[in-house]
Design a protein around this ligand. Structure first.
Ligand SMILES: NC(=O)c1ccc[n+]([C@@H]2O[C@H](COP(=O)([O-])OP(=O)(O)OC[C@H]3O[C@@H](n4cnc5c(N)ncnc54)[C@H](O)[C@@H]3O)[C@@H](O)[C@H]2O)c1
Length: 461
């Protein structure tokens, strides 16, 4: 059930009579249609009227229209303007380039630019590794997309993907001081994407692939990792896997189970699911059962690509087949990165005692978390309006901070696991409980801890 939130926040400027009851009438009108007022500002006052900015959260664009109409229907009230605060935030984009050096006079100019810069160019030509010391390569990551799997919205193309990539860049800066730049490619051809990233790589200390659809994303990442001498990290895969492995470690502490004893159902074998299965496998669970839209993945399944064949060969020890509901019977853990509303409390009741349910499909999870809570001991989602939000922002800023600080040439599973452990360790024994298995995305300790763990793992290997 959606609730009014800041994603649909509007400011309505209205003219109203200057009566004593005007404010009450306006706020009641908003409340009657379910809007939540967050600010009420009188911006003009006259003897015959007041002009008021009413800022409120709505549930959807249609709901925002209902709120405006409710205000307009009041006697003597006229709506002057409606501003969508989310659109306002995006006007002109969300990030910019700022010079780090002062350019006040000829002296500054001669050192920052010609003729002084020529000596820096020569130094790098002689020793290419110096690019990491003397240029933005030291601290800059490309956020690369082809726009083929934008959030849960699908194939919107490169221009429509840009607001997401800008947001990602802003998060990189805010949480880890990383300078990230969006690179939205106007192609969805695997070879062209690989070639384009290869061609721009000299500028960057790392490549963050983003919102590129499966299965293309697997080949693109694997081939770029082979070709480039900087880390290549598909966040939808590995950022998710790090967070899930961390959250699961803490959830199992809550229910008092050992990883080696648990049977885990992973629903969704796309970008996120495949990476979760690969990273979790390294933690040695008793078994993983992978399920996708065609049911349980088993070795006898036909038409499997390389990714699915690997999953089939490395999961499902008993080689069972069936549907999601079959897989859930007796399972200790459910991890969903698939689709909304796939099961209910009745199926959770068939899971083992102390069941852990991570329903991460966005925006609507595989099971309503309130339903899941009826029988599960620990429930997590990707949503910010429930406890235990599993969100990649817990991982990727710190991961790249660590990689850049180590001047890493690549990325390994050991680094991903180190990041997961550091993230899990943030939740110490005193704070750990069924509603707190992962830290808040605003916990300032997260990115430095993850960065330090990744830096150590990168320099150790
Ligand atoms: N909360 C988080 O941190 C987080 C992180 C990554 C992905 N996700 C969410 O996970 C979901 C999947 O993301 P992705 O990038 O891996 O997508 P994807 O398209 O690469 O993969 C989707 C997978 O789900 C399976 N699937 C679809 N419908 C199904 C059904 N009815 N029953 C069983 N399986 C079904 C598909 O077969 C496929 O294997 C999305 O909703 C995404 O928002 C959440």
């Amino acid at each position: 059930m959606p609730v009014p939130g800041p994603g649909y926040s509007i400011t309505v400027r209205v003219e109203a009579p200057p009566s004593a009851s005007a404010a009450g009438d306006l706020t009641s009108a908003v409340g009657r249609v379910g809007g939540v007022i967050t600010a009420f500002d009188v911006v003009e006052s006259h003897s015959d009227r007041v002009v008021v900015d009413i800022t409120c959260n709505a549930m959807s664009a249609n709901h925002a229209r209902d709120i405006t109409e409710a205000l307009e229907s009041l006697p003597g009230v006229a709506v002057r303007k409606v501003s969508d605060r989310t659109f306002l935030m995006h006007l002109g984009g969300k990030i910019e380039v700022t010079a780090k050096v002062a350019l006040r006079n000829r002296d500054d100019l001669s050192r920052a630019y010609t003729p002084g810069v020529a000596r820096i160019c020569q130094a790098i030509a002689e020793n290419p590794d110096d690019a990491r010391r003397l240029t933005i390569k030291r601290n800059t990551v490309a956020v690369v997309t082809d726009g083929s799997a934008v959030l849960g919205l699908g194939n919107l193309g490169p221009a429509a993907a840009l607001p997401v990539m800008e947001g990602k860049a802003a998060l990189f800066k805010k949480f880890a001081g990383v300078d990230a730049w969006p690179v939205c490619l106007d192609t969805q051809d695997t070879e062209e994407i690989i070639r384009a990233v290869e061609l721009i790589a000299p500028v960057y200390g790392g490549i963050n692939l983003e919102d590129i659809a499966a299965p293309r994303c697997f080949e693109i990442e694997a081939r770029l990792r082979d070709k480039l001498n900087i880390p290549v990290f598909h966040d939808d895969q590995h950022g998710t896997a790090i967070c899930v492995v961390a959250a699961l470690r803490n959830a199992l502490r809550v229910v008092g189970k050992d990883m080696s004893a648990v049977r885990i159902v992973v629903c969704g074998v796309g970008a996120a699911g495949s990476a979760i299965i690969r990273l979790l496998s390294q933690r040695g669970p008793a078994d993983i059962i992978a399920v996708d839209i065609d049911g349980i993945v088993h070795r006898g399944r036909e038409n499997m690509d390389a990714n699915m064949a690997w999953v089939a060969a490395n999961t499902n020890r008993a080689d069972v087949s069936g549907r999601l509901h079959d897989a859930l019977v007796g399972a200790d853990v459910f991890i969903g990165v698939s689709a909304p509303n796939l099961f209910g409390a009745d199926q959770v009741a068939t899971m083992a005692e102390g069941a852990v349910v991570f329903a991460l499909a966005n925006p609507d999870p595989e099971i309503d978390p309130l339903e899941a809570q009826k029988h599960a001991a620990v429930v997590a989602t990707g949503r910010s309006d429930y406890p235990n939000q599993i969100n990649n922002v817990l991982a990727f800023p710190g991961v790249f901070r660590g990689l850049l600080d180590a001047q890493a040439h690549g990325i390994t599973d050991a680094m991903l696991l180190a990041a997961a452990d550091a993230l899990a360790d943030i939740v110490d024994g005193d704070r750990l409980n069924p509603s707190f298995i992962v830290p808040s995305v605003f916990d300032a300790a997260v990115a430095p801890a993850v960065a330090e763990a990744v830096r150590k793992a990168a320099t150790a290997g």
